[in-house]
Design a protein around this ligand. Structure first.
Ligand SMILES: C[S@@+](CC[C@H](N)C(=O)[O-])C[C@H]1O[C@@H](n2cnc3c(N)ncnc32)[C@H](O)[C@@H]1O
Ligand code: SF4
Ligand code: SF4
Length: 352
């Protein structure tokens, strides 16, 4: 999306935010559950897909999200690049939102030309170097395909790797930064959560603490890490140092499942069971009826799509610069498709 509509809608959104009013800012939408990989930690590829939304239904959903104040829309799945109609869906969304996709990259080199011009940011999942990535992702060759996809995509739009930290890839969490530098992209990290219907791979104990400390230090030394410093600080403080929990604000991120149902209060606690379809719902109204207080000190997961927006505060000038001003400058300076810079650039929080 161009910068002026998002700024205008951002200001309108601010005006609606009277004290106590809650509105979603970011939307994550799973386009399907089906996937071409089989990651042990992931519950989604194991689920059958019901009927998926068509373009008209997606369009109606975008209208509802925009009415509720959403500015950032991230597409994911399952594997979004398995949808033949992905380009038309993303094109439609790009008229209204800052758009992103998170993909495993397997089909990326082949398909990037179809939709790059409708995306503001792309995340490609990399969970380790070479064979380790393939082992975690369940399919040989998936690392090479993802890297080839990144090489094709980075010429066209800003790209970052998405690295999910499990108990099996703690060393590669650091090592992947060299790969990111050589590819000229950034890395966004999130700690794996143990869903009830997937393998329990979440990391813990001293090994996780050391990894988070190393990543925090690397961020401080200018490594191409997309997460805010606050991400690492918050998890270390709450999970390891006996400090105050971060205040989770799941109302900032709305999630919509592949059939158009809203997943509440967050897709971790709900494990992706939606109840009401978005086009039957006045989201802004619904948001005011939910008691969000019980989730404030939850701290059960460290998914970046919830934790990063929860940390944002207008009271921190560094954060306003990092998350808002730099992003706006980045959009304004964004080269035309097919001539995008290498490198991550400032990025708003991941919406999935
Ligand atoms: C569910 S995938 C969907 C998009 C695409 N298939 C991919 O892998 O990038 C979105 C992100 O969730 C991450 N993920 C998968 N299982 C997870 C878990 N148990 N905890 C945290 N993140 C997880 C993936 O690594 C990926 O970066
Ligand atoms: S994490 Fe992504 S690639 Fe892996 S199984 Fe889940 S949906 Fe597929
Ligand atoms: S910490 Fe995670 S699980 Fe808990 S409410 Fe926030 S998003 Fe949901």
């Amino acid at each position: 999306m161009t910068v002026w509509p998002v700024l205008r809608r951002g200001m309108q959104r601010q005006l609606r935010l009277r004290e106590g009013t809650k509105l979603p800012l970011i939307a994550g939408h799973k386009l399907l559950y089906r996937c071409n990989l089989e990651c042990d930690m992931c519950p989604f590829w194991r689920r059958p897909d019901e009927e998926l939304l068509n373009l008209e239904q997606e369009r109606r959903m975008f209208g509802r999200l925009a009415d509720a104040g959403v500015l950032f829309l991230g597409f994911e799945g399952g594997e979004p690049l398995l949808r033949p109609d992905l380009p038309s869906i993303v094109k439609e969304a790009h008229d209204r939102f800052h758009t992103s996709v998170v993909t495993n990259g397997f089909l990326l080199a082949r398909r990037i030309d179809e939709f790059a011009r409708y995306l503001d940011f792309l995340f490609v999942s990399i969970d380790g170097i070479g064979a380790l990535h393939d082992r975690l992702r369940g399919i040989p060759g998936s690392f090479d395909r993802a890297v080839k996809g990144i090489e094709a995509a980075r010429e066209r739009l800003p790209v970052a790797m998405s690295f999910t930290i499990t108990r099996h890839n703690l060393d590669d969490a650091i090592r992947v930064l060299d790969l990111a530098r050589s590819l000229g992209v950034g890395v966004n990290y999130q700690v794996a959560f143990d869903y009830s219907t997937a393998g329990a791979l979440s990391p813990f104990g001293e090994a996780l603490r050391r990894t988070l400390e190393r990543l925090r230090a690397a961020k401080g030394s200018g490594a191409p890490i997309v997460n805010s410093r606050g991400y690492f600080d918050s998890v270390l403080r709450s999970w390891f140092d006996g400090g105050a929990p971060w205040e989770c604000k799941p109302w900032l991120t709305i999630n919509v499942d592949p059939t158009g149902k809203i997943v509440l209060p967050c897709y971790v606690l709900n494990e992706y069971g939606g109840e009401r379809t978005i086009w039957e719902t006045d989201v802004a109204e619904l948001w005011q009826t939910i008691d969000w207080a019980p989730y404030r000190s939850c701290n059960r997961c460290a998914l970046s799509c919830y934790l990063e927006p929860s940390l944002f505060t207008w009271a921190s000038p560094a954060m306003v610069k990092d998350r808002i001003l730099d992003s706006v400058v980045h959009w304004i300076q964004r080269p035309k498709p097919a001539a995008a810079p290498k490198g991550a650039g400032p990025v708003p929080v991941r919406a999935s």
